[in-house]
Ligand binder design. Structure first.
Ligand SMILES: [Zn+2]
Length: 412
């Protein structure tokens, strides 16, 4: 199938230098072309150029009119927990009344509450509820989504979650990546026996996940009250034996050492980073690890926002993801994440766009095929209403400006 996108006011996010991520001053650069067209063949971006040079419309199977709006790469969301059962709106009141994340967890809520619900939900029902959330974020412009397990916390329930992620991958057109997060918390049967639970993760869960080829990444909640840096290292090393690259939850609740242990184990990303010091920034320099911040969680929980500007000033890249999950970020709206990047973290709109597209694609290991307008990349694109500048998108953050979502050349 050949598609033509015509009448583009501004084509933005163009990148043809082969770079897989943007760091430091490069984060403020977004390639643009005014008055443009774009062609799509077999679901991939085939070409683009100025409107005067547009090929004959009759040579295409479909023609998409961009209506003078911006055409942008779809959002890539490199951190989500959208496979879960039910919701945690009951805890919403506890949060309103000021209980902390740790206090709610200690009362038997939090992750363990989600795990109990998931255990009592059939795989079919879990799929039905979860794919609905994926369709929701697709409509809001997410073209690639990472999904974690971690509400199972037993071997069988972790496998159940990962099989649901596989089924989602087979049934939706966007890119889906799966991460095994057995060490999201200590399973209920192992409370008080954390070392034994870590052994279960390493010697039973990881081999079982690998045997079915259910995940590409391994994750650990390396934070105060959860898993130590030593336990995190042991889990990453067990995952590495099966080719699972780490993506680590670190520094949400305290300066945990999670960034440093992640970098030393070649983590693809270290995520959260609400609480970091200069030492974390220093450890990331020269690494292949993408610092990833989750402003939706800061917004929902009233936590500090990650110091994204300091990372960029130090020459690093920054990625922004949704953390869509029932406890701390019940929204997967990446446009809102981009807006929070600007409003709360003081990123420029260009930096925020790169943080939500190319750099999150990098944090999912797919920036060679997604995250920018590049010939040969998958044609997952957004069409906006006409806007004077890219800044209008995060500025007018509630106006329904995304007019069309294109996935592999097809308009959703
Ligand atoms: Zn998370």
């Amino acid at each position: 199938m050949r598609h033509l996108v015509k009448n583009i006011g501004t084509l933005a996010g163009i990148l043809e230098d082969g770079s897989l991520r943007k760091e430091g001053t490069a984060m403020d650069a977004v390639g643009t072309l005014e008055n443009a067209y774009l062609t799509i063949e077999d679901g991939k971006i085939a070409g683009y150029g100025p409107s005067e040079e547009m090929p004959d419309e009759n040579a295409f199977d479909t023609v998409i009119d961009a209506g003078r709006g911006f055409v942008l790469p779809s959002f890539c969301d490199s951190h989500s927990h959208v496979v879960y059962a039910g919701s945690r709106d009951g805890e919403f009141l506890d949060k309103i009344n000021g209980l902390s994340y740790e206090e709610i967890a200690r009362r038997g809520g939090g992750i363990l509450n989600s795990a109990d619900l998931l255990h009592n939900t059939s795989e079919d029902e879990l799929y039905r509820q979860s794919v609905e959330r994926v369709r929701e974020v697709m409509r809001m412009g997410t073209g690639a989504l990472e999904i974690k397990s971690g509400y199972g916390l037993t071997t069988e329930d972790e496998l159940k979650m990962l099989r649901v992620i596989r089924r989602i991958k087979e049934n939706v057109p966007i890119i889906i990546k799966a991460t095994f997060l057995g060490a999201h918390d200590v399973g209920r049967a192992y409370r008080g026996r954390q070392a034994e639970y870590v052994r279960l993760v390493c010697s039973e869960m990881i081999p079982a996940v690998a045997a079915e080829g259910l995940a590409e990444f391994v994750d650990v909640f390396c934070d105060q009250g959860f898993f130590t840096t030593e336990e995190t290292a042991a889990i990453m090393e067990a995952g590495a034996k099966y080719g699972l690259r780490p993506k680590i939850h670190a520094n949400e609740l305290a300066v945990s050492g999670g960034v440093q242990v992640g970098v030393s184990h070649n983590a693809l990303s270290v995520d959260h980073l609400e609480r970091t010091t200069q030492a974390e920034i220093e450890s990331l320099k020269g690494s292949g690890t993408m610092p990833t911040m989750l402003p939706g969680a800061s917004f929902f929980l009233g936590m500090p926002y990650g110091a994204a500007k300091d990372y960029i000033k130090a020459g690093l890249g920054v990625a922004l993801a949704s953390d869509y999950n029932p406890g701390s970020s019940p929204s997967g709206n990446m446009r809102f994440v981009m807006a929070l990047g600007c409003i709360k973290m003081k990123l420029t709109p260009n930096q925020a766009l790169n943080a939500c597209t190319l750099n999150t694609a990098y944090a999912m290991g797919i920036s060679d095929m997604a995250g920018s307008v590049t010939k040969g990349k998958i044609a997952n694109l957004l069409v906006t209403a006409p806007m004077n500048s890219l800044a209008f998108l995060p500025y007018s953050y509630q106006t329904p400006l995304i007019r069309k979502v294109i996935v592999k050349g097809d308009v959703l």
